[in-house]
Design a protein. Structure first.
Ligand code: ACO
Length: 322
């Protein structure tokens, strides 16, 4: 039986840092309000000429180095993003070209903030069925391009960045289970209304920016993070107290705290990076994971739970023995 295990991770945050205080000049808000309601202190913003593939590639190179595999050993590339460089080709194809790889499958996954979990689910299935041996999974987002900088309810919440992981075939798990879900009934709760088939005209209007019913998203995120954890633990017959680390989607510290509480996990067993980079959507879980692996908190053999929730709504989890 073939399983997949985490061989290496990498992260990338753009150079430009925007502190909460800077928003005080843009909208009616304060550093104090943002910290209290979200836990966010700052976020990174891509440079004008910096794209999702630039950031994804930087994170990918670090993950490949950490995995100690050759670039030429990568045989699958999945990029989770809602902010691709181009309408087509996919950002995964652009990354593939820049890694000087040819012919291996490369495609994007669009599942908003749950994108990285969806990517891991798919990569794990490829590896388990013999379709790949070393899969590169990237979450990369340039949300600064779809932020309405005059809407205080959303502009303070997001940032840019990328995270990546190399998943490698192994004789034992590794990934113990993946769980992904969606419910399109909540389409308008969190969306960017403009799109390609809706017509390019909308791209130059406010429809091209994030619109969110914050309260509704908050409530649903908290309840869903609880139910997905339950589903994952019971599928594996694992007790919540066996989880060494929770690595949740980094959207809002209050959502993260609520998720930890449901698992009886003290906050020193939860990886929190939302203060440093705000919500980077599909990049947030691999970014947080990479930080805690590199600073030595997460050790080989420990049981990790990843949980995500995002627009769609989409949600999902991965239980993994690191
Ligand atoms: N600064 C100051 N005041 C603000 C700001 C701001 N940046 N944003 C909203 N307010 C105001 C509102 O206008 C409202 O004012 P009113 O009472 O005069 O109408 C007041 O603050 C309270 O608004 P609420 O929406 O009730 O505030 P809440 O405590 O729910 O916090 C927040 C708002 C932070 C957006 C919260 O609802 C939230 O985090 N929702 C989840 C959003 C999220 O994480 N989305 C990301 C994508 S999905 C995901 O990744 C999970």
């Amino acid at each position: 039986m073939t399983f997949s295990r985490i061989a290496g991770t990498g992260g990338y945050l753009p150079e430009r840092v925007m502190h909460n205080k800077e928003f005080e000049k843009l909208v009616d808000t304060s550093d104090e309000w943002i910290r209290e309601r979200t836990g966010i202190k700052r976020r990174h913003l891509a440079a004008d000429n910096e794209t999702t593939s630039d950031m994804g590639l930087a994170a990918a190179r670090k993950a490949i180095d950490a995995a100690d595999v050759a670039v030429s050993d990568i045989d699958l590339i999945i990029v989770a993003t809602t902010t691709p460089d181009k309408v087509f080709p996919s950002t995964a194809c652009i990354v593939q070209r820049r890694l000087k790889l040819h012919t291996i499958p490369a495609f994007d996954i669009h599942a908003a903030c749950s994108g990285f979990i969806y990517g891991l689910d798919v990569a794990n299935r490829f590896i388990r069925t013999g379709g790949a041996t070393n899969a590169l999974v990237i979450g990369s987002e340039t949300y600064s391009r779809i932020i309405d900088w005059s809407d205080r309810g959303t502009c303070v919440l997001f940032g840019d960045g990328a995270g990546a992981m190399v998943l490698t075939a192994a004789g034992e798990p590794g990934i113990m289970s993946t769980h992904i879900h969606a419910d399109g009934a909540f389409e308008e709760a969190l969306h960017v209304p403009a799109g390609i088939s809706s017509g390019y005209d909308a791209i130059r209007t406010e429809s091209a920016f994030i619109q969110m019913k914050g309260h509704e998203v908050f409530k649903k995120a908290v309840s869903t993070m609880g139910s997905i954890a339950k589903e994952t633990l019971s599928a594996n017959n694992v007790d919540k107290h066996d989880i060494a680390w929770l690595i949740p989607h980094q959207a809002n510290l209050r959502i993260i705290k609520a998720a930890a509480k449901k698992l009886d996990l003290p906050m020193d067993r939860v990886v929190v990076t939302v203060d440093e980079h705000a919500n980077t959507s599909s990049a947030s879980i691999p970014l947080a994971l990479d930080v805690a692996i590199r600073d030595g908190r997460i050790k080989r053999g420990e049981l990790l739970l990843f949980e995500a929730f995002g627009a769609g709504f989409t949600w999902g989890s991965v239980l993994v023995r690191y």
